[in-house]
Design a protein around this ligand. Sequence first.
Ligand SMILES: N[C@H](CCC[C@H](N)C(=O)O)C(=O)O
Length: 263
Amino acid sequence: MIIKERELSRHIRPSDYPELAVRMCDISTGAGADGMIVVRQDPALEMVFFNCDGSRAPMCGNGIRCFAHFCKREGIATEDSYSVKTLAGDMVVEVTCREPFRVKINMGKPLFSSDDIKVDFKGENYLLRNLTLDDGTDIEINSLFMGTIHTVVFMDNLESADIPKLGEEICNHPVFKEKTNVNFVKVVDHETLEVKTYERGVGMTLACGTGACASVLVANMQGRCGKQADVLLKLGKLSISIAEDGNVYMEGPSVRILDGKFY
Ligand SMILES: N[C@H](CCC[C@H](N)C(=O)O)C(=O)O
């Protein structure tokens, strides 16, 4: 869900955005969405993103494709390539097709330090670590910051596993001081991954752009896929590529569903 900050009632202040996100995203009494984006135009073009529980997230991969689509339709961005400020840094947008709308985003580079993912650990990164679950079993996880905090879990049985339950447990595990988004990844072949994501502040989602990037990155580091891979999500497909300089690119669509007035 996307709103223009300039068109908001003067009674609504930035401190009200978390509550507005909860109300607008509510499936019963609002429009129903995973998150709310405020388009800020001053002093620079900025995407201000909230999860449907009202928490702020630094970045949203799906959101920025919708943001770019919205800015094009509304005449806010007239160029095909421009930069968007986010809490995870400036993202570079490049419209690859106007109708149907497709866009490629430079999502930046992954970060691996304990400070980036808010986990206490020694060593260079938090990849290939064992996490002990409530039932005493260990699960191998890989955590990193790719626009936001992500954990990647490789799994062959995406269909039979209780992903919502497992996702919720990992997301809220005390090791993650600011929680984590959790991506369950099945390697289909060297160019294709299937990903299901449980999101912090949301729950199960139909698609997660930053999660798709995190999944390809970790899969590539472990030799499970190449530097370019398609990510199959419940609702669509994203193309992810890792450039020589380490920047990660995400390419995919955005589709307008409705325009409206929220009271
Ligand atoms: N759905 C988003 C990510 C939202 C992340 C958010 N749930 C958090 O970090 O709190 C995406 O497409 O990249």
